[in-house]
Design a protein around this ligand. Structure first.
Ligand code: PLP
Length: 608
């Protein structure tokens, strides 16, 4: 039975049992059971499930691994972490993250004014806040206000002009936030997001600027507030080697800056970058290291450099985001329709007299066997090309063309069957010709923008029927009017789904590892908005669907993009009332129908 690569990407968070995807926690509910409970409350369409226990698991694992490495290496300093808000700012995630982070003194990272305000409002006093990104005077002022509130905040400087704002603000006799400097490393990252690191990166101070910054801090009596250096070489680091290079470089910069008199500098912030395994098969592995290898390497290298340079090892900070957030949410969506390319024998309508090539195709179909299957297959594909040419030239009619397509598809099916143990690439490619298009009630632009923009893959798995063999090679269509809204057939690793009749049965697909970046990067293409959302918490009695938030209603969607919703409603009402086509006695009913539609979300609704 197909396992959809769970062993690789699911990190034991989900299991397959009795044909269902189940949550591997508490009373092991199936995703189908959870979805049905939500749908019974008349919430249909795509549903984003957030699992609180998976947020807690990731936080714990991060701390446990670093604490283990620190102990094992006799590292003479501590580990700290902040969550970068840019990865997921939504309350359904952040509020639980903060609660579960309390025992670890887990903090937040902010990269904009809105994020710093969020961090100031939500972060526990004493838990660290780091501030990255480009800042104006006002944003730095917010950092001072946070420090005056009692927050343990570090403003990380991206350029000398930001330092000048700090100098100006500190003249007003105020409590100073900690100062950090982002260093521009020579070492770069790897993968799609590698450009966050390296000499040409958008961020950080060069060696010359670092020296200039130290001088400025000294001149203005602020050097004592300089506590941290920071770097981030890019998200989703697929290999560990670039990180090791970056740690060596940053460790040496740290020691050199201390030599220049930065005596209170005692922390290195290594940014984010721990990769998540999204791959669904052995040929696509996204990460060549474990979290333990990662923490061991960071701790070991920083210890080694500190010993070599005779400085106290730094406190270690991470801003890991994707690793913390990705696994906690799953998007489950119903398949609405199958656009079949499957040609059945019943559609073959041979004539009493057929063109010779069709007769030949018919012979191939009737006589194909295990031994001759590849040869017959090649012949049939050749014949099909010739028949297309004959059609274009007007020598055969539409019925002949239909018969040709049907016969060739039937031959492909037989050839695939005879070669089912044969892993020839050609056989995989043939699935392309038989693929089925599954129309799924989601917008890829809204729910998986990184797939649209960067071809970032997310595991896709039917959440039920897993005790039956999936036999249809599939591509997925979303419901936007855009041909980019497609997870196209993958020649190397075709997705196989079940042969179902959606008129008679529900079929749900789960899109996993949705929790990092996707929600906030989402696009309202075709005015599809955030899907429905439900938070699942586990307790001693099983699980509880804590909060259900329905997707935006159509009138609200229009208001959100700037329309006056009362005006929109009035226009519709006036047009119904003034219509000479709708009978007067039907106008009230028509208006009621419109009102119902306006108060529903924009996703498609199935009748059942
Ligand atoms: N810190 C900084 C400065 C970043 O720019 C980012 C992401 O780009 C992160 C942390 C989070 O990275 P990740 O989600 O890969 O852990």
């Amino acid at each position: 039975m197909q396992n959809y690569g769970l062993y690789q990407w699911a990190d034991n968070n989900f299991i397959i049992d009795q044909g269902l995807i189940k949550v591997n926690y508490g009373n092991n509910p199936s995703l189908l059971e959870i979805i049905k409970k939500i749908r019974n409350q008349n919430i249909k369409g795509p549903i984003l499930l957030r699992f609180e226990h998976l947020i807690e698991k990731q936080i714990k694992t991060l701390y446990e691994n670093f604490e283990h490495s620190i102990k094992e290496n006799n590292y003479d300093n501590s580990f700290h972490a902040v969550f970068p808000l840019k990865v997921n700012q939504f309350p359904g995630f952040v509020e639980h993250l903060i609660q579960k982070g309390l025992p670890h003194n887990y903090g937040l990272e902010a990269g904009s004014k809105a994020e710093i305000i969020l961090a100031m409002a939500l972060n526990r006093i004493g838990a660290p806040i780091t501030v990255n990104g480009f800042k104006d005077y006002e944003m730095i002022d917010l950092g001072f206000i946070a420090a005056e509130m009692g927050h343990n905040i570090t403003i990380i400087i991206e350029g000398i002009s930001e330092l000048e704002s700090i100098i100006q603000l500190s003249k007003h006799n105020r409590i100073n936030p900690n100062i950090g400097l982002r260093v521009r490393l020579h070492a770069g990252g790897i993968g799609i997001w590698a450009k966050s690191g390296g000499v040409n990166s958008k961020f950080g101070l060069t060696a010359t600027e670092l020296i200039e910054a130290i001088e400025l801090l000294k001149e203005n009596n602020l050097l004592e507030h300089f506590r941290m250096i920071h770097f981030h070489i890019g998200s989703q680091m697929s290999e560990i080697t670039p990180l090791k290079k970056a740690i060596r470089e940053a460790g040496n910069i740290y020691a050199e800056l201390r030599k220049l008199g930065a005596n209170n500098l005692d922390a290195i912030n290594i940014g984010g970058g721990i990769a998540v395994e999204y791959g669904q098969n052995e040929q696509c592995i996204d990460r060549n290291y474990t979290i333990r290898e990662f923490s061991n390497d960071v701790v070991f290298l920083l210890k080694e450099i500190s010993e070599q340079k005779g400085v106290k090892p730094p406190r270690i900070f991470t801003e890991s985001g994707r690793y913390i957030a990705a696994s906690h949410s799953v998007l489950v969506a119903p398949v609405l329709e199958l656009f079949s390319q499957d040609y059945q024998l019943k559609s073959l309508k041979l004539k009493p007299k057929n063109p010779p090539l069709i007769e030949e195709l018919n012979d191939l179909y009737n006589n194909i066997n295990q031994k001759n299957s590849i040869e017959f297959l090649h012949d049939s594909l050749d014949h099909l090309e010739s028949l297309f040419t004959l059609f274009d030239l007007g020598y055969i009619d539409l019925q002949d063309r239909s018969n040709a397509e049907t016969l060739v598809h039937l031959i492909i099916k037989k050839a695939l069957y005879f070669n089912r143990e044969n892993q020839l690439p050609e056989m995989k490619k043939l699935q392309h010709k038989l693929q089925e298009r599954y129309l799924v009630n989601i917008s890829l632009f809204q729910s998986m923008p990184d797939f649209w923009g960067l071809k970032q893959k997310f595991p896709v798995v039917p959440i039920h029927n897993l005790d039956q063999k999936p036999i249809r090679s599939a591509s997925l269509w979303d419901i936007t009017c855009d041909s980019d809204g497609e997870i196209a057939f993958n020649y190397d690793n075709p997705l196989f789904l079940h042969d179902i009749d959606v008129e008679k049965e529900d079929y749900f697909l789960g899109f996993f590892l949705q929790g990092a970046y996707q929600e906030v990067l989402s696009m309202k293409h075709n005015l599809f908005t955030k899907p429905n959302e439900a938070i699942i918490e586990f307790n001693e009695n099983g699980y509880n669907i804590k909060t259900i938030k329905e997707a935006d209603k159509i009138l609200d969607i229009l208001e959100n993009i700037g329309y006056d919703k009362n005006k929109i409603y009035k226009n519709l009402k006036d047009k119904i009332q003034n219509s000479s086509i709708i009978h007067d006695q039907e106008k009230t009913d028509t208006l009621a129908i419109i009102e119902k539609y306006l108060s529903q979300n924009g996703y498609l609704r199935t009748i059942n």
